[in-house]
Design a protein around this ligand. Structure first.
Ligand code: URA
Length: 429
């Protein structure tokens, strides 16, 4: 059967800065998924989009075509409303772990489809897989039951959800086209809309450890995604949040689970607690429960109860000891003073090189590997005190991790004030 469009025409339309028609978009996404449009043609189109952009109609159509490439989940038959959160990814970003059970403890179900980490940002599934017995793969029916029974599910997205995005994302990764805002926005939102959540809160990270290095770019991405969600009938808001420095005091799989459990037990680092509660408030409000205060459910142990049930429903043992790396190496403060900078990207790369992350998607990760922080920007430190502890099972990785940490921190004279962005920079939506 002959095809209604020609791939070269679609590419040259965007190359010449013209708008793609609805039919062209529907066809190119479908034909790429079917293997009719070749990888080299799609990478050329992705580069044209990166260079010349797409307008709101084109992005919405592109997103709809990616959703239509696969199945669409529907949780509207659940007895409670649903809300999800998506983070654009950062270093030490373990917020999903305490957040999902916290929101569920407040009466809103959380169907969270997550991914594995690639590069310097960790993946939620890798973190949870450090809990003995926990499994990421659930059928849609298991997901539905767990949402009704426990209220929160964090699991892997099945192969049937937005398959066009899976193929296109892998292609963008190797063709220098990840950074295009229309492509990032449609990639994220196609999966979230197909997942069937009623409300969505986007945590758009800004800073060295994030995709978006400055606030203007992050705002553009946030506005694009909020418009896509709203147009698709999903109540969507976004927060721009600081990723200049790692979140909390850990970056690495089991290290981050331990810290998340501390938060659920009523302790944990201030920034992790603040962001968890702020995002929970947004999710509850977007799901129609603005009157419930999530801080109470964190304090009185209700969120911890949901966490334990959520982990055991997926085969995990919430009481099992978490894996610990065999070797550690301390990085000491070279002088007395104020820690004014601790670079998220460099810490993320160090954690990755220690074995917490993977270079190719089929690589294994070390559950115990990562970086532990002993101070955050703004803290007074003393020369010779521990600033960071590196954890790995394979000590020959220390050298490359230490290379990554070259100039990762600045210690200024006592009395200096760091110039830091606030944790929550802006709200969009
Ligand atoms: N995360 C996604 O799912 N897609 C992108 O394009 C970027 C980040």
């Amino acid at each position: 059967m002959s095809e209604p469009f020609d791939a070269v025409d679609v590419i040259t339309t965007k190359r010449d800065k013209r708008e793609l028609g609805d039919g062209q978009i529907d066809w190119v996404i479908d034909a790429y998924t079917r293997g009719i449009v070749a990888d080299e043609q799609m990478s050329s189109l992705a580069m044209a989009v990166l260079l010349n952009g797409m307008n709101r109609r084109e992005i919405a159509r592109w997103t709809a075509a990616m959703i239509a490439s696969g199945e669409r989940m529907d949780f509207s038959a659940l007895s409670r409303p649903t809300a999800d959160k998506h983070s654009t990814g950062g270093v030490g970003d373990k917020i999903t772990l305490p957040l999902a059970p916290l929101v569920a403890a407040c009466g809103v179900a959380v169907p969270q489809l997550s991914g594995r980490g690639l590069g310097h940002t960790g993946g939620t599934l890798d973190k949870l897989e450090s809990i003995p017995g926990w499994r990421a793969g659930l059928t849609t029916q298991e997901m539905f039951h767990q949402l009704e029974d426990v209220g929160a599910v964090i699991c892997a997205a099945g192969a049937g959800l937005a398959p066009a995005d899976k193929k296109l994302y892998a292609l963008r990764d190797v063709t220098g086209t990840v950074e295009a805002i229309p492509l990032i926005a449609s990639s994220i939102m196609s999966k979230k809309i197909a997942e069937g959540t009623g409300a969505l809160v986007l945590d758009v990270k800004v800073g060295s450890g994030a995709f978006m290095k400055d606030v203007d770019q992050a705002r553009e991405l946030a506005e694009t995604m909020v418009a896509l969600g709203t147009d698709a009938g999903v109540t969507t808001v976004a927060l721009l949040t600081n990723m200049q420095t790692p979140l909390g005091l850990t970056a690495g799989n089991a290290l981050e689970v331990r810290e998340s459990v501390e938060v659920l037990a009523g302790g944990g680092p201030e920034d992790v607690v603040e962001l968890t509660v702020t995002l929970a408030r947004e999710m509850l409000s977007a799901a129609g429960r603005p009157d419930v205060d999530p801080a109470d459910a964190l304090r009185d142990g209700r969120a911890m109860d949901v966490w334990r049930r959520m982990i055991s429903s997926q085969g995990g043992d919430p009481d099992a000891a978490l894996p610990v790396a065999h070797e550690t190496h301390d990085v000491l403060a070279p002088a007395d003073g104020v820690l004014t900078q601790l670079d998220a990207l460099k810490v993320g790369i160090a954690a990755w090189r220690l074995g917490a992350g993977r270079a190719r998607k089929e690589d294994p990760v070390q559950a115990g590997a990562g970086v532990e922080l002993h101070a955050k920007p703004g803290a007074q430190v003393r020369g010779g005190e521990r600033l960071l502890t590196l954890h790995t099972d394979t000590p020959d990785r220390f050298e490359r991790a230490l290379d990554a940490l070259d100039r990762a921190f600045v210690i200024a004279p006592t009395g200096s004030r760091p110039d830091l962005l606030p944790l929550v920079i802006e709200r969009v939506g």
